[in-house]
Ligand binder design. Sequence first.
Ligand SMILES: C[S@@+](CC[C@H](N)C(=O)[O-])C[C@H]1O[C@@H](n2cnc3c(N)ncnc32)[C@H](O)[C@@H]1O
Length: 217
Amino acid sequence: MNDLKFFAQQLRKPSGDFAGTIAEKMGEGNRPLYDLVMKSMQIKDHDSLLEIGFGSGTHFPDLLAKADGLRVAGIDHSPEMTKLAKTNNKQLIESEQLTLHTGNSNQLPFENSSFNAVFCNMVIYFWNDPVEHLNEIGRVLKPDGIFYTGMRTRESMLQFPFTKFGFNLYSIDEWKTVLQSHWFTVVRELRQIDPVFDDDGDRVQLESVCIAAVKRS
Ligand SMILES: C[S@@+](CC[C@H](N)C(=O)[O-])C[C@H]1O[C@@H](n2cnc3c(N)ncnc32)[C@H](O)[C@@H]1O
């Protein structure tokens, strides 16, 4: 039980000696979800994008290759993740295509109307009051900007016993209702069944979902 609670806490905010291990596990396990979100994103040359909760950041090279002249910013409240993602993306940072910050998404260190799109993968479960985060996302999005939520279905998440410890789980419809009640109009939903993977001896299959929601003007 203590192990499950510890694992859940590490997923919420990787820290200490275990941070690198958890980051590697997240990076591998959530790669299919990143592929789905990148497929869903309608990115144009010279767009400015923000990711909340980037973890190890190993996906940034693929994201920046999606169009010319992209600028990507990231924010994660774990200093360990910022340090790791900076190490994993030295060249992109040096060329000023990528900037990474440590901070909480309920207080984004960006000007109003800064981004064409904001996205986060497997992060909403840790927002105890989603409204304060959605307010900030709405503030930093340009008019007609899009917020992409990468998540798993509730049934998928319930396969993991650690989700009993501090995860705010949503069905897809519940999350869409939260979005529609605060700043956003849902415009698209993509789903995929991820490949089966081995989770410490258990065969697990997840359903990934990406919800695209436009900021209402
Ligand atoms: C489960 S991990 C997901 C990491 C990565 N997005 C992925 O899908 O593999 C959640 C990440 O979000 C970060 N995070 C959680 N809540 C946050 C918040 N309120 N503001 C910024 N980062 C947050 C954590 O530190 C962690 O790196």
